[in-house]
Design a protein around this ligand. Structure first.
Ligand SMILES: Cc1ncc(COP(=O)(O)O)c(C=O)c1O
Length: 374
């Protein structure tokens, strides 16, 4: 089966080990086990883990995820039951299973870009006709309803998007999502929600698509909003019929997630409020630094992100994004993600939710470099 090269992941594989100042990474300051247990309110730390884990048998565990984990995940949804969920290897596993379960040769899929490449390359590899709706900065990186309407046909099986969006940080509010649902003509709507939950402004704190629409499919994980990408736990929440279909495919590539991941994931999600609070503070601190820098930087323009953990910045230098990123890395050790890996040249994706001091230093270094290269 042919599938296109995954440009973002290839970029990371090749260039991340060479980075001194890594702004390509968009995770929020990953948590240690110690920090997770402290947030989980466990006073005894190490001895507690030993007591709980020391004699745990390393079998497959609960094949479809422990009851404890599934109940924790459901606490992030309004109107779902244990029949509406399946546990996967990260969001990457969740997304793949959704496409494999629902998309067949000849189906039409509408994918809203820029997006994680899974959302167009997997349905293309399955023989679907993928129509791409390109978000634009002049529309604040939000989908234009008329444009979406013009792409929908009786053959449209599924519409996919990431909300909040990676890389732009735009947020489709509940009102706009309801408009999308109203024009969807009964198609499934898959929303990759890995960044949901870490904004303080209620307007941008969105309801899951699974709670808004009976054919809505929510995929998510612990990698981004929870700062726990090392726990390879993700999930799909949707109608019982679709979950049954996904589980049919899941038997072939998952069996179970690691019982250690299941254990720590349960602790994390049971303490989601505290983890989200930690991450909202880190996000807002980084965003202030980004905004201050943008005010002083004449080569860069950017729609200020309302959610997620990345900004998609536009530059006016006469270089392709691949060339710029490679030269910048060689000259300074700064790593961005080239917009071309997300099908958009002249843009760079940058994370801003890690170490604030390092962020300031890196942005200033980048400004100096641009002065010398413009
Ligand atoms: C939008 C989006 N979906 C899915 C993934 C994969 O997430 P996970 O690490 O949970 O598999 C990523 C990772 O960068 C992402 O940005």
């Amino acid at each position: 089966m042919h599938i296109d090269k995954f440009k973002v992941e290839e970029w990371f594989n090749e260039y991340e080990p060479k980075a001194k100042y890594n702004l390509a990474d968009i995770c929020i300051d990953s948590m240690s086990i110690k920090e997770l247990l402290e947030i989980g309110g466990n006073e005894e730390g190490r001895s507690f883990v030993l007591k709980e884990l020391y004699n745990k048998k390393l079998g497959y565990g609960d094949i479809q995820g422990s009851q404890r984990l599934k109940e924790a995940i459901l606490s992030m949804y309004n109107s779902q039951t244990l029949e509406n969920i399946t546990v996967t290897h990260g969001a990457i596993g969740a997304n793949e299973l959704v496409y494999k379960a629902l998309v067949e040769k000849g189906d039409e899929v509408i994918s809203i870009l820029p997006a994680y490449q899974q959302h167009y390359s997997i349905p293309e590899s399955l023989g679907a006709n993928v129509k791409k709706l390109l978000l634009k900065p002049e529309n604040n990186w939000l989908p234009d309803i008329n444009e979406l309407k013009s792409l929908i046909s009786p053959k449209t099986k599924l519409i996919s998007m990431t909300n909040p969006n990676n890389p732009t940080g735009s947020v489709i509010t509940d009102d706009l999502m309801k408009e999308i649902i109203s024009v969807s003509n009964g198609a499934y709507i898959l929303v990759d929600e890995v960044y949901r939950g870490i904004v303080s402004d209620e307007k941008y704190n969105t309801t899951s698509i699974a709670d808004l629409y009976e054919k809505g499919i929510s995929t998510s994980s612990l990698s981004k909003a929870f700062s726990l990408a090392g726990l390879r736990v993700g999930w799909v929440v949707t109608s019982k019929n679709v979950i049954n279909n996904i589980n049919h495919h899941r038997e072939y590539n998952t069996i179970s997630v690691s019982i250690l991941d299941d254990y720590f994931a349960s602790i994390a999600i049971e303490n989601k409020e505290k983890i989200f609070e930690r991450n909202i503070i880190k996000r807002e601190k980084g965003l202030e630094i980004l905004k201050d820098w943008l005010k002083t930087e004449s080569h860069i323009s950017c729609v200020i992100p309302n959610g997620a953990t990345s900004a998609f910045i536009h530059y006016d230098l006469e270089m392709s994004s691949y060339d710029l990123c490679k030269k910048l890395l060689k000259d300074t050790g700064i790593l961005f993600l080239p917009g071309e890996t997300l099908e958009m040249d002249k843009f760079l994706r940058m994370g801003y939710c890690n170490n604030p001091e390092k962020l300031k230093i890196t942005l200033n270094l980048f400004s100096d470099w641009m002065k010398n290269n413009s």
